[in-house]
Ligand binder design. Structure first.
Ligand SMILES: Nc1ncnc2c1ncn2[C@@H]1O[C@H](COP(=O)(O)OP(=O)(O)OP(=O)(O)O)[C@@H](O)[C@H]1O
Ligand SMILES: [Mg+2]
Length: 266
């Protein structure tokens, strides 16, 4: 019966369906409830921003999308998350394939303590074990170029990634996220450790990426959300209080809490 339902959903999935659809999601860490009755649809070729005060569940929801919370022993969830119309929490769902589809970039740049080349070649070789040396170099250059890093580091590719500036390290991590050919990329406060110019470079990347990927970004920076987000969801104490277009939330919020938060009167 379950199998039939999954097959039916897959067949009915059409281009206009959301890439991710969350229904009635509750998340618990032990006794503590971190998300309460969350419902949201995330669409292709859009940037969706999650905003809200610290501890309101933004990272928790992001990590549900590639089942990273599975590693937390106390984690428990109820409700449903569909990716491309498939339930990603069925017991037989391929979690490794899921994590290839849903890449993630974290708050602190986290390159491996090895060369720039290795940071990209290792995941590429894992993803495409039979790749030739020449094709590997081409893919590395392509991903560095897509992350707007190639021109800055072209002659330093065998140097340690840790010698790069923070902003460059973050763009290397973005290039690394691209190596697995994801469909969705999750960005958890990717600019919070960066200066304004590095931040601007990453915002430019995200605006370009949305043509190809589905982007979700957590940010505490309201100006950033205003600049780049198509859709915004405002979280408070584990609930989505309000969601809609960036204009809906920033220009014409319906809830007093949203209004107070987006105008900095919190
Ligand atoms: N591994 C965990 N074990 C127990 N509780 C957790 C765990 N991770 C998060 N929490 C709790 O769940 C709630 C939501 O946390 P989450 O990290 O999702 O918030 P957030 O909105 O991302 O906050 P911030 O803006 O500070 O990053 C918080 O109360 C947090 O303490
Ligand atoms: Mg967080």
């Amino acid at each position: 019966m379950v199998m039939q339902l999954e097959v039916r959903k897959r067949l009915e999935c059409v281009e206009t369906d959301p890439v991710i659809e969350v229904s009635n999601l509750d998340v618990f860490y032990g006794e503590k409830q971190a998300l309460k009755d969350v419902n949201i649809k995330i669409f292709k070729n859009q940037i969706t921003a999650f905003i809200g005060p610290s501890g309101c569940g933004k990272t928790t929801l992001l990590r549900c999308f590639n089942r990273m919370n599975d590693m937390i022993k106390t984690f428990r969830m109820e409700g449903e998350i569909l990716l491309d119309c498939e339930d990603i929490y069925t017991s037989d769902h391929d979690v490794i394939a899921l994590r290839k589809k849903v890449g993630m970039v974290f708050q602190q740049p986290n390159p491996l303590p090895t060369s720039i080349y290795n940071n990209l070649s290792l995941p590429i070789k894992e993803h495409f074990p039979k790749i030739t040396k020449e094709d590997l170099m081409n893919v590395i250059n392509k991903k560095l170029s897509a992350a707007h890093l190639l021109s800055e580091i072209e002659n330093r590719i065998h140097e340690s990634a840790l010698k790069l500036s923070g902003g460059q390290q973050q763009r290397l991590c973005i290039a690394r996220a691209l190596t697995i050919e994801p469909e969705v990329i999750l960005f958890d406060e990717p600019c919070s450790a960066l200066d304004p110019i590095s931040t601007m470079k990453i915002e430019e990347l995200l605006m370009r990426f949305k043509e190809k990927y589905t982007i979700i970004i957590v940010t505490h920076n309201m100006q950033q959300a205003t600049r780049i987000a198509d859709k915004v969801a405002f979280f408070f104490q584990g609930e989505i209080i309000e969601q809609g277009t960036a204009d809906d939330l920033f220009v014409n919020p319906q809830q007093e809490l949203t209004q107070r938060y987006v105008t900095g009167r919190f």
